[in-house]
Write a protein that binds this ligand. Sequence first.
Ligand SMILES: NC(=O)c1ccc[n+]([C@@H]2O[C@H](COP(=O)([O-])OP(=O)(O)OC[C@H]3O[C@@H](n4cnc5c(N)ncnc54)[C@H](OP(=O)(O)O)[C@@H]3O)[C@@H](O)[C@H]2O)c1
Length: 287
Amino acid sequence: MEFKNINTMRQLNNGVKIPCVGYGTFRTPEEVAEQAVADAIELGYRHIDTAAVYGNETAVGKGIKDSGINRKELFVTSKLWNTERGYESTKQALQDSLDRLGLDYLDLYLIHWPANEKQFGDDAKRLNAETWRAMEELYHEGKIRAIGLSNFLPHHVADLMETAEIKPMVDQIEVHPGWPHTEEVKKLQSMDLLVEAWAPLGGQGSSVLTNPTLKEIAEDHGKTVAQVCLRWVLQQGVLPLPKSVHVKRMQQNMDFFDFELSNDEMKQISALRDLGGQCANPDDVDF
Ligand SMILES: NC(=O)c1ccc[n+]([C@@H]2O[C@H](COP(=O)([O-])OP(=O)(O)OC[C@H]3O[C@@H](n4cnc5c(N)ncnc54)[C@H](OP(=O)(O)O)[C@@H]3O)[C@@H](O)[C@H]2O)c1
């Protein structure tokens, strides 16, 4: 598919359309988020990614209102935090997110992390299935236009599919140079999920943006390393979610549609390792 700009639409497996780049809000403090989101929308971002645990949904909602853009033109995602898993609490958590955002529906709601065996033993699968059952009902009620997962590895998705009635539409996982998750991305895509990349620039404090290989490739194209990272994500059919609270960087992170990375450059970038980022294994986390 030809990507023309950040709002080229991609189609989820239920037919819902999603802009091919999202604006991230992790670690954007409540007092900054309203302005940052309003700025991002004014610049042209139409896809906003937040989560209950970011503690900024109220401000994100105000930024959306301030923008004056018709709600229907925006694609808004939030996520169910780990303490709210389970059938009843998932339903309440969605309502709480909607109330904080000041919205009456979400475009996409994700389970933020799978319950894992390390914490829940044999109960992990049941807990994920119960959470998913609530997500399916909320979807049928029209409160969410699409439902999905985050940090689910292919084996978590396969477990979920044993009882799921609706196939998830999205899986949002960590993808950046140094932590490419190449096999997982391909497997998830083959399962008909749209993969979104969190921390596409490596996240706060990683060494992705100062990596010499990436710098050289960026110079060859007259682009910045951030733009090369976003292009590398996009060319894998993955949807990047760059975050910045600075207008100049927001602009830069929209401007990567006028060049293409060669196969050789794609391979070089995918081969990079150990550049930082969270690099968390969802089977091993204890939060
Ligand atoms: N599902 C999950 O578990 C999960 C986890 C983490 C993140 N996410 C989502 O994914 C989004 C992106 O991840 P992220 O925020 O961790 O990391 P990121 O977007 O990879 O990187 C953000 C960092 O890079 C800086 N930055 C942004 N654009 C830049 C540019 N053009 N040049 C130089 N520096 C730049 C930002 O600083 P400034 O803001 O100061 O510009 C910030 O420190 C999040 O915001 C969130 O929406 C999801």
